[in-house]
Every structure is written in C-alpha cells, then in structure tokens.
Design a protein around this ligand. Structure first.
Ligand SMILES: [Zn+2]
Length: 487
C-alpha cells in the first residue's frame, strides 16, 4: 500500500499537468469535450448521496417487507419486481435479463448426540446446526453414525477407513484475530474451503454425512450457512454447518472416546427456477453504448434477511441512479446498475450477463460491485494497473469529507459477480469497507436490518456514486486490467 500511495503522489503531478494540457487543448479546438469531471460536481454528488434516505428505504423494504431472498424463492422474485419498479420510477431504462437459477429448499435440520463417554442414562444433547446449500436429505427418520473429527483434507485422507459410514466433522476455525487485523477476507477464505469442498471429499470416501465448523466470528451458537459444491456426477450427501460451540463440545467429548450422533436433514434440490438480473441504465449523453457497471446481488441466504449480504450492496448500487436522478445529471457514458441474481448459489446471473455481453465487452469501461457488508467505507478497492492510481485522485478528494480516502490496489477479482468481466480485462472496483465484524452475521439468522448503520450506507452510496460518475464521465476509460479468474 505504501509504495502504491507514493506512486499515486508522484503521478498526481502528472495528472494535473495533463489536466491543464487537456483544458487548453479543448479551448483551442471546438471539437469535442475533453475535460475531466469537475471537482465541484463530484462534491455535489457526494452531498446528495449523504443527504438521501432512498437507499435506506429500499433496504427496509427488501429486508423487512420482502425478507430472505434465496435463489428460486418467491421473495427473490418479489425483490426483482420491486427493484425494477423503483428504478423505472426514477426514469432509468430497466430490462429484466432472464437467467435460470438453482432451486434448493432447506427444510428442517436437527442433530443430537446420542452416545458419548460418561453419558448419563436417558440423556442426549441437542446441537445447533443448519444445512449447507446443495445438501441432500437424510432418510426421513434421520441417520445415526459415529462422528470423526478432522482438521483438514490431509487429516481426512489419513482417516479414510473410519470416514466410511461416519459423520465427518471438519474442524477449521475462522481466525477472528486475522479478521481483527483487517484481513477478514483471507480469514474467511482459509476456513470456507472446507465448507465448499469438505462434504464432497467426505462423500468420495463413503461418509454418511459431513459437518463443518461454522465459518464466522460469532460466538452466539449461531450456525452460518453457505454453499457446498459437489464434483460432476457425484451424489450429494447430507451436509451442514455446526455451531462453533457445538464443534468444541464434540472435540472435548471425542478426546475421551467415541461420539455418536443422530442427524436429520430435510434439504432438497428442485428443478432450476426462472429468475432475472435487474439491469437499469442511466444513459450517457455522449457514448450511451459504453458502460460503467455498478452492482450488488439481489439474492441472499434464507436464515436472516440478507441485510448486510448483500442488501446493503445492492441498494447502495441502485442509490447511484437515485443520486444522479436527483441532480438531473448524466455522464458521458451510460451508468448501468445491475442487481445480480443467484450470487450465493454460484453466480449464474453473472454468467448469464457475461455471456450476453459477448464482443461488447470492449464497451464496458469499468465495473463496480459492493458485496462486503455494511461496515464503514474507508475507501475503494481498485483492480487497476499501478499507473492508473493517480487518475483516481479526484474521487478520493471528493470522498474525503466521508473519510473514504484510501485506494487499495488489487490484482484479483474484487467481487464475485464482476469477476468474469474483470477476467476479460474490465477494471474492477469495490467499496473498501471495514469487515472486522462482517463474518459475525454473514450467512446467519442475525443478518438483519439492525446491523446496518444508515450513515455508513449513505457513505457507500456516496463512494459508489462519485466513482461511477467519475469513471463514466472521463474522456477515456482506464487501461484494461485482466485478472486471473477465480471462478
Ligand atoms: Zn454476498
């Protein structure tokens, strides 16, 4: 970060020199307008966003009135209809882009310990768990099997014989210390691999079911759901996230002797459902067929109401259109809001959009996605070449009054839905938000509206609005910056 900031400072001088040159060039030639977006305009956009309650009202509707928005659910359809309506009401050109999505239904999940060392007669212990997206069901009355605890994939394979017919429990702890130091993403990544691939690995060894220690920092015995993925042609097994506290309980008991569990999971996968990406264009005055995408995902997990994942992101992105509508302001290029469908179930909405773009990818100037929760925005993540950083200085200048001044350069996808666009070279951006407590609520029943600070939401709208307008209004797009696809 330090060297990037130095580069930014050095190149800033060059940008100002360029600005003066561009201004005098356009004075000399009457052809075209080569000015950079005006600082006063960027400030007005920020102030408008900071004084608007539109995004908050949308979030309240999304979470309190509509509720959880799982792929294939009637709530997701209701959210899509509502967004299309509200963006049309702002005067945006709204299209619903059809996309098939997964349709998985949770049902009940229950577990109890029915055998363990020192167990008093007639006593069992109820556990707190929730099934993982993509899990299959147990037999109607549940299953009963011994539990084996493994630390990682190597440990699983070292216990391949015991895994057959057993309930395998992956004990990978979310490193809250890492999250506290500002590295919540890597903390999540290193634990979530077992949620993503653990059940599949266990199934390949003939396990009866697989459990993972909940991925997240909360210590309120709350299970965190999420997607688990199966290899092609693999028959899914029952898979669930067990609360961190109950994982610790089993670890303690298993240290004393065999532990036996009864497990009931009712999950089922239905045929694919019809869904839509919501696309709302705020047309450019000069190049309406060139785009700056600003986005978040409309779907959510089903335990909470998807307030921070990703209600905040999707309403903040839509808030960009509202801020510009309020100011009656259009940029050179079209600012395209996208409310993605199916992010949580693998991103089929994003794949549909990317496929539909085809060669027109060259008309995508930049892509912004907010999907990191409701923490305080401290700046922007920017997947751009080092040389582009200086050009972004007017954005952080305009955002200084809300404290969003840091640009952290990235060489990776900054959002799962824009990852295919980024892989094709489109510069990618995201609000840089404080995620230290994000994984306390993420994918749990506690992801509800009260976790959102209205002021931080306004700050996110401000950050995305200023950035989107700036990128869409510059004479040129920033250089392409293909990142390695992580999907
Ligand atoms: Zn999300």
């Amino acid at each position: 970060m330090t060297s990037d900031m130095k580069t930014a400072g050095l190149a800033l001088t060059l940008v100002f020199a360029g600005l003066i040159a561009a201004a005098s060039a356009s004075a000399e030639t009457s052809q075209g307008d080569h000015r950079e977006p005006d600082a006063a305009v960027l400030s007005r956009i920020r102030s408008t966003a900071m004084s608007s309650d539109w995004a908050w009202d949308e979030l309240e509707t999304l979470t309190d009135t509509i509720g959880p928005r799982l792929s294939g659910s009637p709530q997701l359809s209701a959210a899509i209809d509502r967004f299309a309506h509200d963006l049309r009401a702002l005067g945006a050109e709204v299209t619903l882009q059809p996309s098939k999505v997964d349709h998985w239904v949770r049902g009940e999940s229950q577990a109890e310990l029915v055998g363990y060392p020192g167990q008093p007669p007639g006593v069992t212990q109820r556990l707190h768990l929730t099934s993982l997206g993509g899990s299959s069901a147990t037999a109607a009355g549940g299953i009963e099997a011994n539990v084996i605890v493994v630390r990682d994939f190597g440990d699983l394979h070292a216990h391949a014989t015991e895994a057959r017919g057993a309930i395998v429990l992956f004990d990978a702890r979310f490193d809250q210390g890492l999250a506290d130091s500002g590295q919540a993403g890597p903390a999540y990544g290193q634990a979530v691999q077992y949620r993503g691939k653990g059940p599949s690995e266990a199934a390949s060894l003939g396990a009866a079911a697989a459990l993972v220690r909940s991925v997240g920092g909360a210590d309120y015995r709350l299970p965190h759901t999420g997607l688990t993925q199966w290899s092609d042609h693999q028959a899914p097994i029952p898979a669930a996230a067990l609360s961190s506290e109950d994982t610790d309980l089993i670890l303690r008991l298993a240290a004393r002797g065999p532990v036996r569990m009864r497990l009931l999971v009712e999950a089922q996968t239905l045929p694919d459902a019809d869904s839509f990406n919501v696309i709302a264009d705020w047309p450019g005055y000069e190049s309406p067929n060139e785009y700056v995408v600003v986005s978040g995902h409309l779907d959510s997990w089903d335990l909470g109401t998807g307030a921070t994942d990703d209600g905040v992101g999707v309403v903040a992105a839509a808030g960009v259109i509202q801020a510009l509508q309020h100011l009656k302001l259009h940029a050179r290029r079209t600012i395209r809001f996208i409310g993605w469908t199916d992010e949580e179930f693998g991103g089929r909405g994003a794949d549909t959009y990317f496929t539909s773009v085809g060669p027109a990818i060259s008309d995508h100037c930049a892509a912004i996605e907010s999907d990191a929760g409701a923490g305080r925005p401290v700046g922007l993540l920017a997947a751009v070449p080092k040389e582009s950083l200086a050009a972004l200085r007017p954005v952080t200048d305009a955002l200084a009054p809300v404290g969003a001044t840091v640009i952290l350069r990235q060489d990776r996808a900054v959002g799962t839905d824009i990852a295919p666009l980024q892989a094709a070279g489109v510069p990618g951006f995201a609000p840089f938000v404080d995620t230290r407590r994000y994984f306390d609520y993420h994918h749990t029943a506690a992801d509800t509206l009260d976790k959102v600070d209205p002021h931080y939401l306004q700050s996110q709208v401000a950050a995305m609005s200023v950035l989107a307008y700036f990128l869409a209004d510059r004479p040129d797009c920033l250089p392409r910056y293909p990142i390695k696809s992580e999907r």
